[in-house]
Write a protein that binds this ligand. Structure first.
Ligand code: NI
Length: 137
């Protein structure tokens, strides 16, 4: 972490009260960490939008009885082997599987992987969560 720098921020009172309630509910004990996290969130979103390198996870739930899922999911993951770090498979219940795929690479390819996986018949829900691929700030 670099040297801390103090700066003043002026906000309308109502907005500040809402912000304090928001960060309190989110578990922050002070404004500085909350503001830093919000700034980093915007930076990561900007990196993703501009096609930079990101790291993250594709999380999905699917019915393993569906034939297309069983054949397509491994094919898609092999096609994107260059950005997949690891995959974890959990048998949720008799029908459903949870798969968490850790990824690192160009935003466009990460998005393409997530989009390909979620479009397979039998995949019930998919999320893509990304963060910085390296230096957080
Ligand atoms: Ni399973």
């Amino acid at each position: 972490m670099g040297k801390l720098t103090r700066f003043g921020v002026s906000l309308e009172g109502g907005l500040l009260r809402k912000f304090d309630a928001f960060i309190g509910a989110a578990g922050y004990s002070n404004r500085s960490k909350a503001i830093a996290d919000l700034i980093c969130k915007e930076f990561v979103a900007d990196v993703f939008k501009k096609g930079g390198r990101v790291a993250g996870a594709v999380t999905m739930v699917y019915d393993h009885h569906r034939r297309e899922v069983v054949s397509r999911l491994p094919d898609i993951q092999h096609d994107h082997g260059g950005i997949i770090i690891s995959a974890q498979h959990v048998h949720l219940d008799h029908d459903n599987c949870l798969e968490i795929i850790a990824v690192k690479g160009p935003a466009a390819e990460v998005k393409e992987l997530a989009d390909s996986l979620k479009s397979v018949k039998g995949v019930k829900h998919t999320t893509l969560s990304v963060t910085s691929a390296g230096k957080p700030r």
